[in-house]
Design a binder for this molecule. Sequence first.
Ligand SMILES: C[S@@+](CC[C@H](N)C(=O)[O-])C[C@H]1O[C@@H](n2cnc3c(N)ncnc32)[C@H](O)[C@@H]1O
Length: 144
Amino acid sequence: MKTHLMTETLSADRILVWDKCHNGMGNLNDWGIGYEYIFLFKKGSPRIRGDRVNGVISYKHIGYFEKTVHPTQKPTGLIKLIILKSIGKEEGIVLDPFMGSGTTAVACKQLNKDFIGFEINRAYVNIANRRLSMQPESLEKWIS
Ligand SMILES: C[S@@+](CC[C@H](N)C(=O)[O-])C[C@H]1O[C@@H](n2cnc3c(N)ncnc32)[C@H](O)[C@@H]1O
């Protein structure tokens, strides 16, 4: 039933690739796997914002200061870029069913966008909440 609902209302024809700009971990005697797939679901027929760009996005991995203990934390800048290109600043609600350390939530808060997130691991929920609490209510308040 849940699967039916997902395919009825959301489609994942936007499968992007994150090029991490390095060879990645793993077998040093074989090809480097310095990339990850990004499954981007959409509701309705949203258009890409601004110029059309390639779905392979080269973006450097997170630096020391952004890193939490979550093993697969994504760069906040990468997630912000994907949100802005995919649904723009004004519309939509972002849903991330696998929040991890809360990068999507942090990105949304910085962009002043509404979001819904799920995370099964309580320790990661705590990390996400801590990261969120460190964000100002609205960046616009900072500069106005
Ligand atoms: C690839 S990580 C997400 C990393 C995240 N984008 C970040 O930047 O920190 C996937 C997360 O999904 C969570 N997860 C796995 N199964 C889940 C489920 N059934 N419901 C909710 N969360 C789940 C894992 O605990 C893990 O933290």
